[in-house]
Write a protein that binds this ligand. Structure first.
Ligand code: PGA
Length: 257
């Protein structure tokens, strides 16, 4: 089964509209996107979505993601952004369940599940993040944590909708810390997550779903990680803020796939 790798830049709360425009100009001047055999996605803050859409005009090689969405349709939800609003910005993907949303903003598995379903109603493709903390790993709870997050996050999600979901395995202890999971640790977790999908949806769905690795991915470790059989791309934070570094990760990573 060959799965097309997907490299997504998660800018988090960085880059307003003017920095977004600068990034896109620089990135596009360096790369012939048609020559990259992978999906390239950028997730800017909400306020930069319009500028990203405008700056990418006619460059269909890059897809746009939001970093979050509301589980509600519309109404009295101060500070929230709905999936239909995101569609107006030509958004394709939405990152859901990121560990920062879970830990800092208290998002539970049930909320993440509601958001995944809401995103699919609007035909947005969730990048569904899961991962364990260091304490959970050290206590021997890696598999239990991943099983709970996958089962609860995908509760009631159809096999058809699963086909438009990307999973991002991001060990919390590797996010923004400079500590990357070794390729053995990452491959082991990815294979386990794929087996969880097989339990829920069967072997064909498991073979098709793309599972990205995230957590301190850099140009110099992308090749080793992407060479692992169950790793299908990366979700990149800090190292995707610089156009050259994001591009080097994509180039090194796709060369290894
Ligand atoms: P990092 O972030 O690459 O800065 O570790 C990854 C993420 O949080 O998605």
């Amino acid at each position: 089964m060959s799965r097309k790798p997907i490299f997504a830049a998660n800018w988090k709360m960085n880059k307003g509209p003017s920095e977004t425009e600068d990034f896109v100009k620089s990135f596009l001047s360096k790369v012939q996107l048609q020559n990259l055999n992978c999906d390239v996605v950028i997730a800017p803050p909400f306020v930069s979505l319009a500028k990203l859409t405008e700056a990418l005009h006619n460059h269909h090689g890059i897809q746009i993601a939001a970093q979050n969405c509301s589980q509600f349709d519309s109404g009295a939800y101060t500070g929230e952004v709905s999936v239909l609003m995101l569609r107006e910005f030509f958004t394709h993907y939405v990152i859901l369940g990121h560990s920062e949303r879970r830990a800092i903003f208290g998002e539970t598995d049930a909320v993440i599940n509601a958001k995944i379903k809401k995103a699919r109603e609007a035909n947005l493709k969730p990048i569904f993040c899961i991962g364990e903390t260091l304490a959970e790993r050290e206590a021997g709870n890696l598999e239990t944590v991943l099983r709970t997050q996958v089962n609860a996050g995908l509760e009631g999600v159809s096999e058809k909708d699963l086909g438009d979901i990307v999973i991002a395995y991001e060990p919390v202890w590797a996010i923004g810390t400079g500590v990357t999971a070794t390729s053995e640790q990452a491959q082991e977790a990815h294979a386990f997550v794929r087996s969880l999908i097989a339990d829920l949806y069967g072997p064909d769905a498991a073979a098709k779903i793309r599972i990205q690795y995230g957590g301190s991915v850099k140009p110099n470790n992308a090749a080793e990680l992407m060479a692992c059989p169950d790793i299908d791309g990366a979700l990149i934070g800090g190292a995707a803020l610089d156009p050259q570094s994001f591009l080097d990760i994509i180039r090194n990573g796709t060369a290894a796939e």
